[in-house]
Design a binder for this molecule. Structure first.
Ligand SMILES: *Cc1c(COP(=O)(O)O)cnc(C)c1O
Length: 366
C-alpha cells in the first residue's frame, strides 16, 4: 500500500533518550536535562492541585471547546473568545493551520534554522517550503523572506524569539514586515517564549491583531507555564481565520487535565514572575561564563542560549552527556560548532558550566 508521495521522505521524529535510560547506560546517579527548553522549576502548585481534582472527571470526555479556559485567556489578552483556538500543544495548532490552509499548489516560507514543525506540517500537506537562512546574528532575514513572496505564497512562519537561535524581532521590524506582506498571505507569529521577555524589545502582537487581519499568534503552556507533558497551546487571530482552523480540529483535542491546569496556571501570575526573573538571571549567569571562556553566543530572548563551542557539536554533546548533562545539538541546523542549552536553575547552570569547562579541555577545537 502506498502512502501519500509527499510523506515518503519524511523522517520519523527521534525523541531524546529518557533520563532514566541515560542514567542506566552511563552508570550516572544524577542527570540534568537542559535540552528541550522545559521549565526547571516545574509548574505552578495550583496547576498540580487542578490536575489532581480533575482525576474525578477521567471517564468523561473533555469540554471540546475549552470554554472556561478560552474565556480566561480571551479576558487576559483582551480579545474575543472566537479569536482563540486551543490545540494539543501549539504543535497541533501548527498542524491544524497547515491542514486548513496548505495544498500542493501553495508555497510557504520559513527561516532556517527554525522550529521544524512548520516545514514538517507543510510537507505533509504537499506544499512547497522555501527556507531563508537567518542572518549572521541568528535573526530572521525579513528582507530576504519578503523577496521570496510570490502569488503562490500562502503562509509565512515567524518564530519570535527564534528557536534554536534565541534572537528576537522587535515591533518595528515586525510591523515593517507586515506592512510589506500582501493581505492574502497569512503570517504566523510563534511566540512560545513571549513570557520570558524582560527587555521590552518584544512586539505587542495581540494589539497588532486589530490592524493586521492576516496574522495568527501562537502561544503555549509548555514553556514558562511548565505544562509540557499535558500538551496544550493556542492560536489567536481574526475570528474568520480561527474559524477555518476550528473546522479541521478534532472534537476533543485537549484533555480535561490540560484545560484545568492551564486555567490554574494563567491565574498564578506570581509563579510566572518568579520563573521570568530566574530565567533572566540564568541567562546572565550563562552568558557571563561564555564570555569568560571566549565563546560567542546569539542574543538570548527565550529560556535557552545558542553558543558556539568552537568544537564539533556532536562531540561536545557526547562529552557533556558522559558527565550527566543533556543539551541539544542538531546537525541539521547547519551550525556544526553550536549547541543550544536550556537555562536551568542556578545550581543546574553551575553544573553545566563546570561540565562544559571540562569538555572544552577534553574535546579538541576544530
Ligand atoms: C516548544 C515550542 C513550541 C511548541 O510547544 P508545544 O509543546 O507544542 O506547545 C512551539 N514553537 C516553538 C518555537 C517552540 O520552541
Amino acid at each position: 500500500m502506498q502512502p501519500k508521495k509527499n510523506i515518503v521522505h519524511l523522517p520519523v521524529y527521534q525523541p531524546g533518550k529518557p533520563i532514566d535510560e541515560v542514567k542506566r547506560e552511563l552508570g550516572l546517579t544524577e542527570v540534568i536535562k537542559l535540552a528541550s527548553n522545559e521549565n526547571p522549576f516545574g509548574c505552578s502548585p495550583k496547576a498540580k492541585e487542578a490536575i489532581i481534582a480533575a482525576v474525578e472527571q477521567t471517564s468523561i470526555y473533555p469540554d471540546g471547546g475549552a470554554v472556561e479556559l478560552t474565556q480566561a485567556v480571551a479576558d487576559e489578552l483582551g480579545v474575543q473568545t472566537n479569536q482563540i483556538i486551543f490545540g494539543a500543544g501549539s504543535d497541533e495548532v501548527i498542524l491544524m493551520i497547515a491542514r486548513a490552509f496548505l495544498t500542493p499548489e501553495d508555497e510557504t516560507i520559513t527561516a532556517f534554522p527554525t522550529f521544524p514543525q512548520y516545514k514538517h506540517n507543510a510537507e505533509v500537506e504537499g506544499a512547497k517550503v522555501i527556507e531563508v537562512p537567518v542572518d549572521a546574528n541568528g535573526k530572521h532575514d525579513l528582507q530576504a523572506m519578503l523577496a521570496k513572496v510570490t502569488d503562490k505564497t500562502k503562509i509565512i512562519w515567524i518564530c519570535n524569539p527564534n528557536n534554536p537561535t534565541g534572537t528576537v524581532l522587535d515591533e518595528h521590524e515586525i510591523t515593517g514586515f507586515l506592512d510589506a506582506v500582501p493581505d492574502s498571505v497569512m503570517v504566523v507569529l510563534d511566540e512560545a517564549y513571549v513570557e520570558y521577555n524582560v527587555t521590552g524589545q518584544f512586539p505587542d502582537s495581540i494589539k497588532l491583531l486589530d490592524k493586521y487581519k492576516n496574522i495568527v499568534v501562537l502561544r503555549t503552556f509548555s514553556k514558562i507555564f511548565g505544562l509540557a507533558s499535558l500538551r496544550i497551546g493556542y492560536g489567536v487571530g481574526s475570528a474568520e481565520l480561527i474559524r477555518s482552523v476550528n473546522q479541521v480540529r478534532e472534537p476533543f483535542n485537549t484533555t480535561t487535565y490540560a484545560q484545568k491546569a492551564a486555567l490554574a496556571s494563567v491565574r498564578d501570575t506570581g509563579f510566572i514572575e518568579f520563573c521570568r526573573e530566574a530565567n533572566a538571571k540564568g541567562i546572565q549567569q550563562l552568558t557571563a561564563a561564555f564570555e569568560e571562556l571566549g565563546l560567542s553566543y546569539f542574543e538570548a530572548h527565550g529560556n535557552f542560549v545558542m553558543v558556539d563551542v568552537q568544537r564539533p557539536g556532536g562531540a561536545v554533546f557526547q562529552s557533556l552527556l558522559r558527565q550527566g548533562i543533556i543539551i541539544r545539538h542538531d546537525p541539521s541546523w547547519g551550525y556544526p560548532t553550536k549547541i543550544r542549552v536550556t537555562v536551568g536553575s542556578e545550581e543546574q547552570n553551575n553544573k553545566f558550566l563546570a561540565a562544559l569547562r571540562h569538555t572544552l579541555g577534553e574535546v579538541t577545537a576544530s
